[in-house]
Write a protein that binds this ligand. Structure first.
Ligand SMILES: [Zn+2]
Ligand SMILES: [Zn+2]
Length: 397
């Protein structure tokens, strides 16, 4: 990484508890974990939710021998922010070194973070104890109002309004500034004011947008969270450049989060909804947002004509004729005379009518997931889930 680039990657964006329901797949179900590579290559991890496991897999395979060092900033000790700790395999490799930062919790007393870390692996909650984690680790207790520097990145911590306490972190790097303020409930003047000062002028503000403004005003008042509308107000008041809606409620479907995002964008154009796999690059060219690969596998080349309409980056509407060059496929529903056996394999070949071009042929292998008598006599309705067969000729996205 060059001297003047910082990169954030979201490994977990869900609040409270992981989700596996299909309706939450697009934004993702892992709890908070963000990777930051600061200019010069210094590594940071913001929170240790279940997304941490996948970050570990990216950094090194379980039997890998590459060693590295990272600084881990933990906002607070609620489950969703620490649950990934036992599953981050770089902790089990003696050649790695980790520096942890968080606050002293009142019930736990001195050495809170070390205790939390070890209790995660205590009997009877985990099969092996913390002595199996051989990576070097050091713990530093910090409090709201503190500032310190790590290899050219200035870190500040601020208290936010959350049951049992929570810290927000600001990281000012040579490439831009990031404010991570999750698990915050607005409505206490002192905290509302200090958060606005803390976030002032940030290139990226990652903010708790768990509930709708209506829930926040009624059934979820006092739960310690916030809404997209509060995020928009802070972003505006603090002249933030990009607002990331974060800590999505486990009960929020992708469609619900889409609704929060589009409502927020009407009020503050620089809003994004944090998504697992999303990355944000900060450099002298500004802030560049990219999504993780979403259509790996199950993609087939073809040439179908389509009319496409939408909205450009600048906000204008457009409509144009285009060629669909590939599709990603999950499955199909077929009507057959035959009655295939459940969980057996099928081959489905689809041809574009009147087109001899081979690239318009889709040949797919699938497994039968559903079979019942169709409406017509001697016909069966058959559900097929396509089995992944990678097409190496496709560009990645
Ligand atoms: Zn949380
Ligand atoms: Zn919390």
């Amino acid at each position: 990484m060059t001297q003047n680039v910082a990169k954030l990657i979201f490994w977990g964006v869900r609040g409270s508890t992981p989700t596996l329901e299909r309706e939450t797949w697009r934004y993702g179900g892992n709890t908070p974990c963000i990777e930051l590579t600061a200019p010069g290559g210094v590594r940071f991890i913001l929170d240790c939710g279940t997304g941490l496991r996948m970050l570990g897999n990216k950094w090194s395979p379980p039997d890998g021998d590459a060693s590295f060092e990272a600084h881990i900033l933990v906002t607070h000790y609620h489950w969703d922010h620490i649950q990934g700790i036992p599953f981050f395999h770089p902790f089990y490799q003696s050649h790695n070194h980790f520096h942890f930062y968080s606050f002293q919790s009142k019930p736990l007393g001195p050495d809170s973070l070390r205790q939390v870390f070890e209790q995660q692996l205590a009997s009877p909650y985990f099969p092996v104890d913390a002595s199996t984690m051989t990576a070097a680790r050091s713990f530093r207790e910090v409090a709201g109002g503190e500032n310190w520097e790590i290899q050219g990145t200035q870190i500040s911590a601020a208290w936010v309004n959350h049951p049992q306490g929570c810290l927000g972190y600001r990281l000012d790097t040579a490439a831009g500034s990031i404010v991570y303020a999750t698990d915050n409930e607005p409505g206490v003047a002192e905290f509302d004011r200090s958060l606005r000062q803390f976030a002032h002028g940030a290139d990226v503000l990652i903010y708790d947008a768990q509930y709708s403004p209506e829930q926040l005003a009624s059934t979820r008042k006092g739960w310690g969270h916030s809404s997209w509308l509060e995020g928009v107000k802070i972003a505006r008041d603090s002249k933030v450049k990009n607002l990331l809606l974060f800590h999505h409620d486990p009960e929020s479907s992708d469609k619900t989060v889409d609704g929060f995002l589009s409502a927020a964008r009407k009020e503050f154009a620089g809003t994004w909804a944090a998504t697992e796999g999303m990355s944000i690059t900060l450099s002298e060219r500004g802030v560049d947002v990219a999504m993780g690969e979403s259509r790996v596998g199950q993609r087939r080349r073809l040439r179908f004509v389509a009319t496409v309409s939408g909205q450009s980056e600048g906000g204008e509407k457009f409509e144009e004729k285009a060629i669909v060059r590939d599709l990603s496929l999950q499955g199909a529903y077929l009507v057959l005379n035959s009655r295939p056996r459940l969980q057996s394999e099928l081959r489905v070949v689809i041809e574009a009518s009147g087109d001899q071009n081979r690239s318009s042929v889709l040949s797919l292998r699938g497994t039968v997931v559903h079979c019942e008598p169709g409406r017509e006599k001697n016909q069966n309705g058959v559900g097929v889930f396509f089995i992944e067969e990678a097409d190496p000729g496709l560009p990645r996205d």
